[in-house]
Write a protein that binds this ligand. Sequence first.
Ligand SMILES: [Zn+2]
Length: 375
Amino acid sequence: MSSCFKITHQSKNSLARTGILTTAHNKLETPFYMPVATKGAVKNINHIQLQDLDFNCLISNAFINYLRPGLDLISKAGGLHKFSGWNNSYFTDSGGFQLILDHFNPVINDEGVSLKNPFTSKKEMITPEKSIEIQNILGSDVAMCLDHQPVFGKDRKDYLESTIRTIEWAKRCIDFHKSNSNKLNSKQLLFGIVQGGNHIDLRQMCALALTKLDFDGVALGGFGIGEAQKDMYNIIYQTKKYLLIDNPTYIMGIGSPIEILNCVENGADCFDSVYPMRMARHGLIFTANGEIKIDRGAYKEDFSPLDKECDCFVCKNHSRAYLHHLYKTHEQNAHVLLTYHNVYFVQNLIKNIRLSIKEDNFLKFKKEFEKKYKK
Ligand SMILES: [Zn+2]
């Protein structure tokens, strides 16, 4: 049973719930979305802006920080929080997702992942123990187990093999995490990761195994790489049946408004994704009435705000025409302003989701939001 998480309100007619996740740095009200700060910075939005928008938690990447700038430098600075000047919570992803990327030339076996460091060309071996050691040194609030995520579309036997390996690695991660004294953050939490692809039975097998290992929370990984959305929601729903009710549940790689709503409905407590920031850089903007592409010619003389229902400073001060002009002329500020709006939009959605759960109104809120957003 996890003592770091307390459910404060359970929705009556769905799995949606609100709660508090307590870390070494602060208390995080769930559900929450984590902007992705792979290298300790979120693209085109700074820490002060994020704090002003009530973001209390970022997610960084242990493996990427390990490669560059390296643990020696971050240690000298006093850990990842001090190095990056972020005084709220940090999750760190172990890097299981990056380790499968071809440009690292990974070779995966039961021991761990061997790969070529792209900056030094040296061979590296990332084991479950090494991954936890890296996250200990970074001092994150929530560390993630090293998992084996197969590339999307593999055969069932590959998913079975990677699921069994993920469970074995989870055992090694939790053993190392418990035995290794963490000087920088003695209250560091550890989450296990459920893999299994689209195979419900493998997902459930993995979930059941993780619940026996006394993790502080459980994540579902392997999404956002090509599966159908309806499959993902069903996997979450079916997997939740095998998780402890009071385990905080983190859906990795999810950040579009519609996905967030559906994951919350199925009992998700937190998310991370580059989606809002990446879409802003591609000119795709979230609005209450759906997504718009700011580079379209139709906005050249449109002096209305991005979203009439949004009260962020971009919508209060700037028109679609102005933002269209900045975007089309490759002005850097276009990315800054559009990112701010998208991130604000997601945070506002999350706040409204929490409120609707507390008021036992979540499904009605979801239905109304989707009706306008998808029209
Ligand atoms: Zn706005």
